[in-house]
Design a protein around this ligand. Structure first.
Ligand code: ZN
Length: 208
């Protein structure tokens, strides 16, 4: 997703829970995953190239780092690890066909509106039909230059990131579903991460 939408998701889901400086560190770490160095060889940052298992392992590794950093009293490292894995969790809805599969479940009928999307339908999370966009270099890179898109898209297969992504509203009506799913998923990840935290650990993490 484009940075502005990651920020919107973070504020809509977690705004008000953390202090301003904690929120700012978490959002910065989230956005840093999209730096150029994070775009190559890091499918686990963005759920790209069907790297589902690798990404789930990355999320749990970073979640564990949140806990171990807080044990050491290092809230800043905890915020960064939290921001990093939330980026992956949010990109899941923009880079996989989850939203398409969810809407297809209402075969024939009009699917419910975006706020009603279920972000963690177990039948879909484990579905053999679940896919995420593949990055075909070098054409995938040129896709990011808007002016070149009309020339680049016909050269890329339909299973590419370029064709499949829901990174911005330009991609059509499914983008809204991806946003709502990412907001709900972020709350779920927050609850999963903080469940079992003592009052003191919670205060350190939320910085309140
Ligand atoms: Zn990303």
């Amino acid at each position: 997703m484009l940075s502005q939408y990651h920020i919107e998701i973070m504020l809509a889901s977690l705004g008000g829970r953390f202090s301003a400086r904690a929120m700012s560190a978490i959002i910065q770490a989230n956005l840093d995953q999209d730096r150029l160095a994070g775009q190559f060889g890091h499918d686990e940052f963005h759920f790209d190239n069907n790297a589902f298992e690798k990404t789930y392992n990355y999320i749990e590794e970073q979640r564990a780092l949140v806990g171990s950093s807080l044990m050491l009293g290092d809230a800043n490292s905890a915020w960064k690890a939290f921001g990093r894995f939330l980026h992956s969790a949010q990109d899941f809805y923009a880079h996989s066909n989850y939203i398409t599969l969810w809407r297809d479940r209402f075969n024939g009928q009009t699917p419910p509106p975006p706020p009603e999307v279920d972000p963690v339908d177990p039948n879909l999370i484990d579905s053999p039909d679940l896919r995420s966009g593949k990055t075909y270099y070098p054409f995938e890179l040129l896709y990011f230059i808007k002016r070149l898109r009309p020339y680049i898209l016909p050269l890329l297969p339909r299973d590419s990131h370029a064709w499949m992504n829901l990174d911005s509203p330009e991609q059509g009506y499914k983008f809204d579903y991806a946003m709502h799913a990412a907001i709900k998923r972020t709350v779920i990840e927050f609850e999963k991460t903080t469940e079992g935290f003592s009052g003191e650990t919670c205060r350190l993490f939320l910085d309140r």
